[in-house]
Design a protein. Structure first.
Length: 264
């Protein structure tokens, strides 16, 4: 039986359950999560490493090109946003298939992400600027805005909301934005802890990851950083998928199993 909202009642979001399910699905499918997120993450790492490194190179006797540096920062940032959004679009589908006890369909995930790429890319960038605007004032509004638009990507790839996904996300998250923010903060903290521990352990074994990542030629640390980013993107994406599923269950009485015929 699903928890639908009746007039005058408020169904708890269930932060603990969502976080627990996120852990379960992520670690059960971690190899596929890394596979789906690795290429976008690798592109992101390469662009960040080499574009920024090139920006700091100056001709002796000349002044630093702040204009070019700013353009590079913005361009790389936008590409990073799109890379993360594409990973989210694919991993969300994996999370749903896992909940439905279906085998992974990697080709289908790529196809759905590419067919929705314009809406995913543009709305992710728009959302990022909205959240940045809030964050520039105080951290709390930025975090709240992140919760407001947290389910934009699943609204696109699962429901086909297209460019109406901003409104759809705002509608679904209404009355549950702080619990959503709390869920995402817990997941972010776990991601940061795991990334730190893995980086520290591998640094002890193989040297300095920062020096490796910034070396003139691609090294193992560059690929390690891409793998870590893929884990971070993927882990967060599983959480977003489950947040979306929980909101649909609470507000519309639609469980994940009800989506079996819709989500194909």
């Amino acid at each position: 039986m699903t928890d639908t909202v009746n007039p005058g009642t408020h169904v708890p979001f269930g932060v603990g359950t969502v976080v627990s399910d996120t852990f379960s699905i992520f670690f059960k499918k971690i190899h596929i999560v890394i596979l789906l997120g690795f290429i976008p993450a690798l592109i992101d790492v390469i662009l960040n490493t080499y574009s920024l490194d090139t920006s700091f190179e100056t001709v002796p006797g000349s002044s630093f090109d702040w204009g070019g540096f700013a353009v590079t920062i913005i361009a790389v940032g936008l590409i990073s946003l799109v890379a993360a959004a594409v990973t989210t679009a694919m991993v969300i589908q994996l999370a749903y298939d896992t909940k439905l006890a279906r085998s992974a369909r990697i080709g289908q995930y790529f196809s759905a992400a590419l067919s929705n790429l314009p809406a995913i890319a543009i709305l992710s960038i728009v959302t990022a600027f909205i959240i940045l605007g809030g964050t520039l004032f105080v951290i709390i509004p930025g975090l709240w805005l992140y919760a407001v638009f947290s389910v934009v990507v699943p609204a696109i790839v699962i429901e086909g909301a297209g460019f109406g996904a901003l409104r759809r996300s705002a509608s679904l998250t209404k009355d549950y934005r702080w619990p959503i923010a709390g869920t995402l903060v817990l997941v972010f903290l776990c991601v940061m802890l795991v990334s730190f521990v893995l980086g520290f352990l591998l640094a002890l074994v193989g040297g300095n990851p920062v020096q490796g990542a910034l070396s003139p030629t691609p090294g193992p640390w560059l690929f390690f950083e891409a793998a870590l980013n893929a884990i971070a993107y993927g882990w967060t994406s599983v959480a977003i998928a489950l947040i979306f599923a929980r909101l649909k269950e609470i507000k519309e009485g639609v469980s994940v199993s009800d989506l079996a015929d819709v989500f194909k």
